[in-house]
Design a protein around this ligand. Structure first.
Ligand SMILES: Nc1ncnc2c1ncn2[C@@H]1O[C@H](COP(=O)(O)OP(=O)(O)OP(=O)(O)O)[C@@H](O)[C@H]1O
Ligand SMILES: [Mg+2]
Length: 235
Protein backbone atom coordinates (compact mmCIF):
# COMPACT_ATOMS: atom_id res chain seq x y z
CA UNK A 1 0.00 0.00 0.00
CA UNK A 2 2.83 2.37 0.99
CA UNK A 3 6.28 1.68 -0.36
CA UNK A 4 9.56 3.56 -0.03
CA UNK A 5 12.32 2.47 -2.39
CA UNK A 6 15.91 3.61 -1.92
CA UNK A 7 14.83 6.87 -0.32
CA UNK A 8 17.64 9.20 0.73
CA UNK A 9 17.16 12.59 2.39
CA UNK A 10 19.68 15.36 3.03
CA UNK A 11 19.50 18.39 5.29
CA UNK A 12 21.98 20.58 3.44
CA UNK A 13 25.18 18.53 3.26
CA UNK A 14 24.06 16.20 6.07
CA UNK A 15 22.60 12.87 4.93
CA UNK A 16 19.78 12.01 7.35
CA UNK A 17 18.45 8.96 5.46
CA UNK A 18 20.36 6.49 3.26
CA UNK A 19 18.53 4.22 0.82
CA UNK A 20 15.50 3.48 2.95
CA UNK A 21 13.39 0.53 1.76
CA UNK A 22 10.19 0.12 3.68
CA UNK A 23 6.74 -1.22 2.83
CA UNK A 24 3.43 -1.24 4.67
CA UNK A 25 0.63 -3.47 3.38
CA UNK A 26 -3.02 -2.59 3.69
CA UNK A 27 -4.37 -3.41 7.14
CA UNK A 28 -0.97 -3.80 8.77
CA UNK A 29 0.32 -2.19 11.94
CA UNK A 30 4.04 -1.64 11.40
CA UNK A 31 6.50 -0.13 13.86
CA UNK A 32 9.63 1.81 13.05
CA UNK A 33 12.03 1.49 15.99
CA UNK A 34 14.97 3.79 16.48
CA UNK A 35 16.85 5.82 19.07
CA UNK A 36 16.96 9.63 19.28
CA UNK A 37 18.18 11.09 16.02
CA UNK A 38 17.99 7.80 14.06
CA UNK A 39 15.77 9.32 11.38
CA UNK A 40 12.22 8.23 12.30
CA UNK A 41 10.67 11.69 12.05
CA UNK A 42 12.60 12.38 8.85
CA UNK A 43 11.00 9.30 7.29
CA UNK A 44 7.57 10.53 8.40
CA UNK A 45 8.21 14.07 7.21
CA UNK A 46 9.33 12.71 3.85
CA UNK A 47 6.31 10.45 3.43
CA UNK A 48 4.10 13.44 4.36
CA UNK A 49 5.72 15.67 1.73
CA UNK A 50 7.36 18.03 4.24
CA UNK A 51 10.91 16.98 3.27
CA UNK A 52 11.89 16.12 -0.28
CA UNK A 53 13.90 12.97 -0.99
CA UNK A 54 17.19 13.59 -2.79
CA UNK A 55 16.70 10.20 -4.43
CA UNK A 56 14.33 7.24 -4.38
CA UNK A 57 10.58 6.82 -4.84
CA UNK A 58 7.51 6.76 -2.61
CA UNK A 59 4.46 4.90 -3.87
CA UNK A 60 1.07 4.96 -2.22
CA UNK A 61 -1.73 2.71 -3.52
CA UNK A 62 -1.33 3.31 -7.26
CA UNK A 63 0.41 6.65 -7.40
CA UNK A 64 3.86 8.09 -7.02
CA UNK A 65 3.45 10.55 -4.14
CA UNK A 66 7.14 11.51 -4.01
CA UNK A 67 6.62 14.91 -5.59
CA UNK A 68 3.21 15.83 -4.19
CA UNK A 69 2.61 18.73 -1.82
CA UNK A 70 1.77 17.98 1.80
CA UNK A 71 -1.94 18.82 1.43
CA UNK A 72 -2.30 16.57 -1.64
CA UNK A 73 -0.70 13.75 0.34
CA UNK A 74 -3.28 14.19 3.12
CA UNK A 75 -6.03 14.13 0.48
CA UNK A 76 -4.56 10.90 -0.91
CA UNK A 77 -5.05 9.35 2.55
CA UNK A 78 -1.68 9.60 4.31
CA UNK A 79 -2.20 11.47 7.58
CA UNK A 80 0.50 12.18 10.12
CA UNK A 81 0.09 12.66 13.84
CA UNK A 82 3.30 14.55 14.44
CA UNK A 83 5.82 14.18 17.22
CA UNK A 84 5.01 16.42 20.20
CA UNK A 85 1.28 16.47 19.38
CA UNK A 86 1.28 20.00 17.94
CA UNK A 87 -2.14 20.94 19.29
CA UNK A 88 -3.51 24.47 19.45
CA UNK A 89 -3.57 24.82 23.26
CA UNK A 90 -5.91 27.85 23.51
CA UNK A 91 -8.47 26.35 21.16
CA UNK A 92 -11.05 23.89 22.44
CA UNK A 93 -10.90 20.15 21.94
CA UNK A 94 -13.76 20.46 19.44
CA UNK A 95 -11.99 23.22 17.46
CA UNK A 96 -8.81 21.17 17.28
CA UNK A 97 -10.78 18.23 15.91
CA UNK A 98 -12.51 20.39 13.31
CA UNK A 99 -9.12 21.62 12.10
CA UNK A 100 -8.07 18.00 11.59
CA UNK A 101 -10.99 17.58 9.19
CA UNK A 102 -9.98 20.62 7.15
CA UNK A 103 -9.41 18.68 3.91
CA UNK A 104 -13.03 17.42 4.09
CA UNK A 105 -14.51 20.74 5.25
CA UNK A 106 -17.03 20.85 2.38
CA UNK A 107 -18.72 17.65 3.52
CA UNK A 108 -20.29 18.81 6.79
CA UNK A 109 -22.39 15.66 7.29
CA UNK A 110 -19.38 13.42 6.98
CA UNK A 111 -17.45 15.67 9.33
CA UNK A 112 -20.20 15.44 11.96
CA UNK A 113 -20.25 11.67 11.62
CA UNK A 114 -16.47 11.41 11.95
CA UNK A 115 -16.40 13.58 15.05
CA UNK A 116 -18.99 11.25 16.63
CA UNK A 117 -16.76 8.27 15.77
CA UNK A 118 -13.80 10.02 17.41
CA UNK A 119 -15.92 10.73 20.51
CA UNK A 120 -16.90 7.04 20.65
CA UNK A 121 -13.27 6.02 20.49
CA UNK A 122 -12.26 8.65 23.08
CA UNK A 123 -15.25 9.42 25.34
CA UNK A 124 -13.07 11.79 27.40
CA UNK A 125 -12.76 14.08 24.36
CA UNK A 126 -16.54 14.36 24.21
CA UNK A 127 -16.70 15.22 27.93
CA UNK A 128 -13.99 17.85 27.47
CA UNK A 129 -15.03 19.08 24.03
CA UNK A 130 -15.43 22.70 25.19
CA UNK A 131 -12.23 22.80 27.24
CA UNK A 132 -9.00 24.31 25.91
CA UNK A 133 -6.72 21.58 24.53
CA UNK A 134 -3.90 22.91 26.72
CA UNK A 135 -5.85 22.07 29.88
CA UNK A 136 -5.89 18.32 29.13
CA UNK A 137 -3.47 15.83 30.68
CA UNK A 138 -0.61 14.47 28.56
CA UNK A 139 -2.46 11.26 27.74
CA UNK A 140 -5.64 13.14 26.82
CA UNK A 141 -3.64 15.48 24.59
CA UNK A 142 -2.15 12.49 22.80
CA UNK A 143 -5.64 11.09 22.30
CA UNK A 144 -6.77 14.44 20.93
CA UNK A 145 -3.80 14.49 18.54
CA UNK A 146 -4.75 11.02 17.29
CA UNK A 147 -8.43 11.98 17.08
CA UNK A 148 -7.54 15.07 15.09
CA UNK A 149 -5.58 12.93 12.61
CA UNK A 150 -8.56 10.56 12.28
CA UNK A 151 -10.72 13.55 11.27
CA UNK A 152 -8.84 13.58 7.95
CA UNK A 153 -9.97 9.99 7.16
CA UNK A 154 -6.54 8.38 6.88
CA UNK A 155 -5.98 5.25 4.86
CA UNK A 156 -2.56 5.16 6.49
CA UNK A 157 -2.04 6.81 9.85
CA UNK A 158 1.53 7.82 10.71
CA UNK A 159 2.02 8.10 14.47
CA UNK A 160 5.30 9.68 15.54
CA UNK A 161 6.25 8.60 19.09
CA UNK A 162 2.78 8.71 20.65
CA UNK A 163 4.10 7.28 23.94
CA UNK A 164 6.65 10.02 24.59
CA UNK A 165 6.36 11.59 28.05
CA UNK A 166 3.46 9.40 29.17
CA UNK A 167 3.27 7.22 32.27
CA UNK A 168 3.34 3.45 31.59
CA UNK A 169 -0.35 2.98 32.38
CA UNK A 170 -1.31 5.76 29.98
CA UNK A 171 1.00 4.36 27.29
CA UNK A 172 -0.92 1.10 27.58
CA UNK A 173 -4.24 2.91 27.07
CA UNK A 174 -2.95 4.85 24.07
CA UNK A 175 -1.55 1.69 22.47
CA UNK A 176 -4.80 -0.15 23.12
CA UNK A 177 -6.63 2.54 21.13
CA UNK A 178 -4.03 2.40 18.34
CA UNK A 179 -4.63 -1.35 18.09
CA UNK A 180 -8.37 -0.72 17.96
CA UNK A 181 -7.99 1.89 15.19
CA UNK A 182 -5.96 -0.61 13.20
CA UNK A 183 -8.49 -3.42 13.80
CA UNK A 184 -11.28 -1.24 12.47
CA UNK A 185 -9.47 -0.91 9.15
CA UNK A 186 -6.87 1.87 9.26
CA UNK A 187 -3.35 0.90 8.30
CA UNK A 188 -0.83 2.22 10.85
CA UNK A 189 2.85 3.08 10.72
CA UNK A 190 4.13 3.84 14.20
CA UNK A 191 7.51 5.37 15.10
CA UNK A 192 8.66 4.47 18.61
CA UNK A 193 11.55 4.13 21.00
CA UNK A 194 9.32 2.17 23.36
CA UNK A 195 9.95 -1.20 21.68
CA UNK A 196 8.35 -3.12 24.48
CA UNK A 197 4.92 -1.53 24.09
CA UNK A 198 5.11 -1.11 20.30
CA UNK A 199 6.13 -4.68 19.45
CA UNK A 200 3.22 -5.99 21.50
CA UNK A 201 0.69 -4.40 19.15
CA UNK A 202 2.60 -4.36 15.83
CA UNK A 203 2.56 -7.06 13.14
CA UNK A 204 6.02 -6.22 11.84
CA UNK A 205 8.83 -3.84 12.52
CA UNK A 206 11.86 -2.08 11.09
CA UNK A 207 14.85 -0.90 13.07
CA UNK A 208 16.57 2.30 11.96
CA UNK A 209 20.04 3.41 13.07
CA UNK A 210 21.74 6.60 11.87
CA UNK A 211 19.56 6.87 8.78
CA UNK A 212 19.64 3.25 7.63
CA UNK A 213 17.33 0.29 8.16
CA UNK A 214 19.46 -2.31 9.94
CA UNK A 215 16.87 -4.96 10.71
CA UNK A 216 13.31 -5.91 9.84
CA UNK A 217 11.00 -8.75 10.77
CA UNK A 218 7.89 -10.02 12.47
CA UNK A 219 7.28 -8.40 15.87
CA UNK A 220 7.72 -11.69 17.67
CA UNK A 221 11.16 -12.23 16.12
CA UNK A 222 12.27 -8.67 16.84
CA UNK A 223 11.05 -9.01 20.40
CA UNK A 224 13.21 -12.10 20.89
CA UNK A 225 16.24 -10.58 19.15
CA UNK A 226 19.10 -10.08 21.62
CA UNK A 227 20.38 -6.85 20.06
CA UNK A 228 16.90 -5.33 20.15
CA UNK A 229 16.39 -6.39 23.74
CA UNK A 230 19.70 -4.82 24.73
CA UNK A 231 19.17 -1.58 22.83
CA UNK A 232 15.46 -0.95 23.34
CA UNK A 233 13.99 -3.20 25.96
CA UNK A 234 16.73 -3.46 28.53
CA UNK A 235 16.30 -7.07 29.57
N1 LIG B 1 15.77 20.34 10.01
C1 LIG B 1 16.91 19.68 10.19
N2 LIG B 1 18.09 20.20 9.81
C2 LIG B 1 19.25 19.53 9.99
N3 LIG B 1 19.33 18.31 10.55
C3 LIG B 1 18.20 17.76 10.97
C4 LIG B 1 16.93 18.40 10.83
N4 LIG B 1 15.98 17.58 11.33
C5 LIG B 1 16.62 16.48 11.77
N5 LIG B 1 17.96 16.58 11.56
C6 LIG B 1 18.97 15.57 11.89
O1 LIG B 1 18.64 14.38 11.19
C7 LIG B 1 18.84 13.23 12.00
C8 LIG B 1 17.53 12.45 12.13
O2 LIG B 1 16.61 13.23 12.88
P1 LIG B 1 15.10 12.75 13.14
O3 LIG B 1 14.41 13.87 13.78
O4 LIG B 1 14.54 12.20 11.89
O5 LIG B 1 15.34 11.56 14.17
P2 LIG B 1 14.29 10.78 15.07
O6 LIG B 1 14.59 9.33 14.90
O7 LIG B 1 12.92 11.23 14.79
O8 LIG B 1 14.74 11.21 16.55
P3 LIG B 1 13.84 11.50 17.87
O9 LIG B 1 13.56 10.16 18.48
O10 LIG B 1 14.73 12.32 18.73
O11 LIG B 1 12.59 12.19 17.47
C9 LIG B 1 19.38 13.74 13.33
O12 LIG B 1 20.79 13.65 13.30
C10 LIG B 1 18.93 15.17 13.36
O13 LIG B 1 19.83 15.97 14.12
MG1 LIG C 1 11.49 12.07 15.89
Amino acid sequence: MLKLENVSVHYGAYQALSNINLAVEQGELVVLLGANGAGKSTIFRTISGLSKPSSGTIHFVDQNVGGLSADRIVEAGIVQCAEGRKLFPQMTVYQNLILGGYVHRKNKDKQKQTIQEVYELFPILKDKRNDPAGSLSGGQQQMLAIGRALMAHPKVLLLDEPSIGLAPLIVEQVFEVIKQINKSGTTVLLAEQNANAALRIADRGYVIETGSIVLEGRSKDLFENDDIRKAYIGA
